[in-house]
Design a protein around this ligand. Structure first.
Ligand SMILES: *Cc1c(COP(=O)(O)O)cnc(C)c1O
Ligand SMILES: [Zn+2]
Length: 444
């Protein structure tokens, strides 16, 4: 029997309309709220938990295109109606689950893991969602829909991913970046892919407003995570954790949050496995925010009874410098369902968390630093205990943020008292002096 897997857009407020995934629509026409992708769970349930697990494992990191990609290895649970000929993939996911043994011991934890999502084609976890969105665009263009280009506002990583995937598929793309608020690497990524790069004299929230206006005519397709196709790809982080831990579900998953699509996505992934009875428990979710851009944290402190957008201040964690998160409703619901916690980290805390982690062999970006700093606080507060299995989602590759690292180790970051300062030692090419200096530094 062949099963017909189905998914569609539906309003998160429960309005009754259903819209096909190949329709250009981002918000509910009845109430204006965001849409989400809803899957026909009854069809998915016709395969047992064991059958799904075996299928995922069979495909994982193999050569059978496109299923070797860890996103497309779960195609039936992600975006089932895509024609494989339209899939635009760079072999997503399958990123290393790093056992942070030394860092864990320093914190008093035995079971600390860092999911290295930045070990990706464009150096951040944004590839996971972008492969789904750009594949759908390719399909819609193949069906004759008038989509001239795909556009996004970005704090640097979404634009890098959109640019790369559109370059792979030969689809025009436009990226809206806040001027001087992304790293040099992030700026160069869309440039080198030959994508129209707009550097706007505003912040991310300003770029987000701008791109929505530009996309309102429907001939330019919006690639931000308010487009819930992206969430479907990002949720495979949870599927992959399930796979990599051989079915054991961690007690805590900590992720840095800005626009809040990802914390919602991770929740959606675990919830789906739970609803399909593939897993029997849910982890507690922790969203980590920079103190300078912490609207969700403020809401959490009020028991999520109210939410106010803020004007985000400058933070080293530039990819989460967002004051008006698009996915706020999804995120609050997800956190409530997952007994969630929201933490915050100051500039000093996030930078030194990176410094300490990197000294144990990691190479973290500032956003991962926010998550690690929040982890440190939850351990200090006794919420996370030695018996707990904890995963920190590392969202981008540290190599995208060498400017931050160089300034940290030179002790030149504003509002940061660097605790792990290391600098190169300059010496003449004289072996005796070199050896004497080595012995001195080793304290021999
Ligand atoms: C996008 C991004 C985040 C945050 O994800 P949201 O869905 O915007 O909350 C965190 N870290 C990095 C490096 C990112 O690029
Ligand atoms: Zn609605």
């Amino acid at each position: 029997m062949t099963l017909e897997f189905k998914a569609w857009f539906q309003c998160i407020n429960g309005c009754s309309g259903r819209y096909p995934l190949n329709e250009i629509i981002y918000r509910c026409p009845d109430c204006g709220e965001l849409l989400e992708v809803v899957h026909d769970m009854d069809v998915l349930r016709q395969r047992s938990a064991d059958e799904w697990r075996d299928l995922f494992d069979q495909r994982y990191r193999r050569h059978d295109w496109p299923y070797g990609s860890s996103v497309w290895g779960k195609k039936e649970l992600v975006c089932p109606m895509l024609d494989n000929a339209n899939i635009v993939s760079t072999y997503e996911g399958g990123t290393n689950l790093f056992w942070a043994d030394r860092l864990g011991k320093q914190l008093g934890l035995k079971d600390l893991w860092v999911k290295q999502c930045g070990m990706a084609h464009t150096g951040s976890f944004k590839d996971l969602g972008m492969t789904v969105l750009v594949s759908m665009v390719k399909q819609m263009r193949a069906e004759g829909k008038n989509i001239r280009a795909v556009a996004c506002a970005s704090t640097g990583d979404t634009s890098a991913a959109l640019a790369a995937y559109c370059a792979v598929a030969d689809i025009p793309a436009i990226v809206f970046l806040p001027k001087n608020k992304v790293s040099l690497t992030q700026l160069i990524q869309p440039i080198t892919h030959g994508v129209l790069t707009l550097s706007l004299d505003t912040d991310f929230d300003g770029c987000m407003k701008m791109v929505q206006e530009v996309c309102s005519q429907n001939d330019i397709y919006l690639a931000n995570s308010m487009n819930s196709l992206r969430i479907e790809g990002q949720k495979t982080i949870s599927f992959e954790l399930y796979q990599q831990f051989d079915g054991e579900i961690p007690d805590f998953v900590i992720v840095p949050g800005g626009n809040l699509g990802n914390v919602s996505a991770i929740a959606k992934g675990f919830k789906m496995l739970y609803d399909l009875e593939i897993i029997k428990k849910l982890p507690r979710l922790v969203c980590a925010q920079a103190q300078n851009a912490n609207p969700l944290f403020r809401s959490f402190q009020k028991g999520f009874k109210s939410f106010k957008s803020i004007r985000a201040k400058k933070t080293l964690a530039s990819a989460i410098q967002i004051g008006s998160p698009v996915s706020i409703k999804k995120a609050i619901r997800a956190l409530q369902e997952f007994d969630g916690i929201v933490g915050e980290a100051s500039e000093n805390e996030l930078a030194n968390a990176v410094g300490r982690a990197n000294k144990t062999g990691l190479l973290c970006c500032p956003h991962t630093g926010v998550a690690l700093a929040v982890l440190e606080k939850l351990v200090a507060g006794g919420v996370i205990q030695p018996k707990h299995k904890v995963v920190v989602i590392s969202t981008a590759n540290g190599l995208k943020f060498t400017d931050f690292l160089a300034k940290y180790h030179a002790g030149k970051l504003k509002d940061v008292q660097a605790e792990c300062v290391f600098q190169p030692v300059e010496l003449p090419a004289d072996s005796q002096k070199v050896r004497a200096t080595i012995l001195e530094k080793l304290g021999v």
